[in-house]
Design a protein around this ligand. Structure first.
Ligand code: BJW
Length: 231
């Protein structure tokens, strides 16, 4: 079978070796913070300061000089370039809100759960680049009355971004590769099954097996397994 259309889904595991915490592993973010208190629209309405602080801390962490793309991010970006030059199709769907894929040079990329380095006007839906702290003093300039800006993050109960592009790529996929995601959060958790339904081969790269359904699995740290797979 000739492969032309590739779809790669990444999760927190690909950035773990860059020093960014995952969510559901031991020491993961959801061990120290409750989802209901920091990652839902209801939490933001109830206690904006707490939610803003949670994301301010994560934004500050991402700004640290030591946090940078690792060999897995770089291997995906350089593979994409070569694959496109050969006439292949490629889409990288990231659930991550860090900016490490962009910094590694990935271009055919969608961030389906939003971006840490961006603030959102909740009324107009406009996103603004945002590097520093976001506080309750920060209002949008697009609405009257101005609205309190919020983190540009897809919280539980909200609809992820770029779903049309994701489904379009999945419908045409010949190969679907899932990297560093526990596969517990929908709709991304359903992408593998969708790819299988259209006849794509499915591959998982992770520290550990997350499902028996992938046809192939490569288990170990992403910084080793991803460059090996995409060489
Ligand atoms: C390594 C490694 C190394 C470690 N090398 N690997 C009941 C049934 C079905 C669905 C629902 C349900 N109840 C509610 C829902 C919907 C809900 C949902 O899925 N809930 C589940 C928990 C059940 N989903 C939603 O609400 C979504 N919206 C939605 O469904 O809208 C409706 C709709 C959809 C479609 C069309 C129309 C309408 C929104 C989900 C938003 C998720 N947001 C978060 C938080 C962002 C905020 C933030 O960053 O603070 O996104 S949740 C969090 O989980 C984050 C992540 O992107 C996401 C996925 O986590 P990920 O990346 O998989 O991380 P981990 O930690 O889980 O796993 C890490 C993996 O890496 C592990 O496997 C490790 O082994 C591995 N690893 N180190 C390689 N070095």
């Amino acid at each position: 079978m000739s492969l032309r259309n590739l779809v790669v889904l990444t999760g927190a595991g690909i950035s773990a070796e860059s020093g960014i915490s995952t969510f559901r592993d031991q020491q993961g973010l959801w061990e120290k913070h409750s989802i209901e208190e920091v990652a839902t629209p209801e939490a933001f309405a109830r206690d904006p300061e707490k939610v803003l602080n949670f994301y301010n801390q994560r934004r500050a962490q991402l700004r640290q000089r030591k946090i940078k793309p690792n060999p897995a991010h770089k291997a995906l970006a350089s593979f994409e370039k070569k694959w496109l030059a050969k006439g292949g199709q490629f889409l990288l769907i990231s659930q991550n809100v860090d900016n490490l894929h962009v910094r590694a040079g990935s271009q055919r990329l969608v961030n389906m759960h939003g971006q840490l380095m961006s603030a959102l006007c909740p009324r107009s839906g406009r996103a603004l680049p945002w590097q520093g702290d976001l506080t309750q003093e920060h209002l949008c300039e697009c609405c009257d009355p101005p609205q309190l800006l919020r983190p540009d993050i897809v919280w539980f109960g909200e609809v992820p971004y770029h779903l049309e592009a994701c489904y379009q790529a999945l419908e045409a996929a010949d190969l679907f590769i899932s990297i560093g995601t526990s596969g517990q959060v929908y709709p991304a958790a359903g992408f593998m099954q969708l790819a299988q339904q259209v006849g794509a081969q499915t591959v998982e790269i992770n520290l550990e097996k997350t499902s028996d359904t992938f046809e192939q699995g490569y288990y170990g740290p992403a910084s080793q397994e991803v460059p090996r797979f995409f060489k």
